[in-house]
Design a protein around this ligand. Structure first.
Ligand code: IPM
Ligand code: MG
Length: 354
């Protein structure tokens, strides 16, 4: 298992260090794991003047999987767009053709009261959000800021989806649903956007190949509401890049904290990049208070999807669960009567439970 490790910025290095401990524990157990580190994001800019240095992309291409922390920091906010940390992330997703982004919103029973929603609304929650990751308004051309004749400036972006892009992510959605509760909800804005009209048409077509799966469609504004009103109605949500970006942040709060949400970004051959859904949280970087569980759970997803080792995935998830059962909590999920621990101690506790 050759794994490229890209800690990135902000809390990235701290949380990735905990996930690396888990990988090292698995290695001393006999798994053939090889870790190689490289820079991305602001760290890439600092080291090589590029948020995705050539060496990093090359390493990622040569590896079986990539473990990534997070990118972004205040000190990079004034850089020109191509040099910004986020570009490193977007370019590696595109460069590796990672079009299928799996973001599971799973509520650990131990955290039922950590959610801002009433526990009966979220208890037992298990949703898979499948976000298309290499198309849409994120990558559509043309885009820019232009000068109008009347002297003011105008910003513009282009929302784009081709049939083949919609089709391949729809297939992934139905295949995931086949292994779950066989329900797919496709989220779009087909009442307004042409892109969404095509999206809906193609998803409906693909659904015919999966007669066992029940397909429904929902407008994104309604989906945003339904996610907090009655989230358990969903099994698999499949949606485009920008809607998925927004809905997955929303869904994370159902689980208590965005600090709990892992993700997998896969290409057509299950090569993947694994990262927590949260960002670099520069305000708490270096303080040893960030929650490393989303990153550790991302390693579980790596074992499941890239290495087809469901047994190890479950072992890691079981260790996380055990740690939560011991009432250890980082600040973001802390509740009265629980033992508040730092990033490092949380990582150690998971390794011990493993
Ligand atoms: C995410 C993040 C990224 C995105 C940013 C950092 C570019 O919000 O992974 O959800 O918008 O995709
Ligand atoms: Mg996001």
């Amino acid at each position: 298992m050759k794994i490229a490790v890209l800690p990135g910025d902000g809390i990235g290095p701290e949380i990735v260090a905990q996930a690396a401990k888990v990988l090292e524990a698995l290695r001393s157990d006999g798994l053939k794991i090889e870790l190689e580190y490289a820079h991305i994001g602001g760290a890439g800019y600092d080291a090589a003047g590029d948020p995705l240095p050539d060496a990093t992309l090359k390493l990622a291409q040569q590896s079986d999987a990539v473990l990534l922390g997070a990118v972004g920091g205040y000190q990079y906010d004034t850089l020109a767009r191509p040099l910004r940390p986020e570009q490193g992330l977007l370019r590696i997703r595109k460069g590796l053709n990672l079009f299928a982004n799996l973001r599971p919103a799973l509520l650990y029973p131990e955290l039922a009261s950590a959610s801002t929603l009433r526990s009966e609304v979220v208890s037992g929650l298990d949703i898979m959000i499948l976000r298309e990751l290499t198309g849409d308004i994120y990558f559509g051309q043309p885009r820019g800021i232009r000068n109008l004749e009347n002297g003011e400036r105008q910003g513009f972006d282009t929302m784009l989806y081709s049939e083949s892009e919609i089709r391949r992510v729809a297939h992934v959605g139905f295949q995931i649903a086949m292994k779950r509760n066989k329900k797919v909800c496709s989220v779009d804005k087909a009442n307004v956007l042409d892109t969404s009209m095509l999206w809906r048409e193609i998803v409906t077509e693909v659904a015919k190949e999966y007669p066992a799966v029940e397909l429904s469609h929902m407008y994104v504004d309604n989906a945003a509401m339904q996610l907090v009103r009655a989230p358990k109605q969903f099994d698999v949500i499949v949606t485009g890049n920008i809607f998925g970006d927004i809905l997955s942040d929303e869904a994370s709060m159902l689980t208590g904290s965005i600090g709990m949400l892992p993700s997998a970004s896969l290409d057509a051959n299950n090569k993947g990049l694994y990262e927590p859904c949260h960002g670099s949280a520069p305000d708490i970087a270096g303080k040893n208070i960030a929650n490393p569980l989303a990153t550790i759970l991302s390693v579980a997803m790596m074992m499941r999807y890239t290495f087809a080792r469901e047994d190890i995935a479950q072992r890691i998830e079981g260790a996380v669960r055990k740690t939560l059962q011991k009432s250890l909590r980082t600040a973001d999920i802390a509740e009265a009567g629980m033992q508040k621990v730092g990033t490092d101690a949380m990582g150690d506790a998971v390794v011990a439970a493993l």
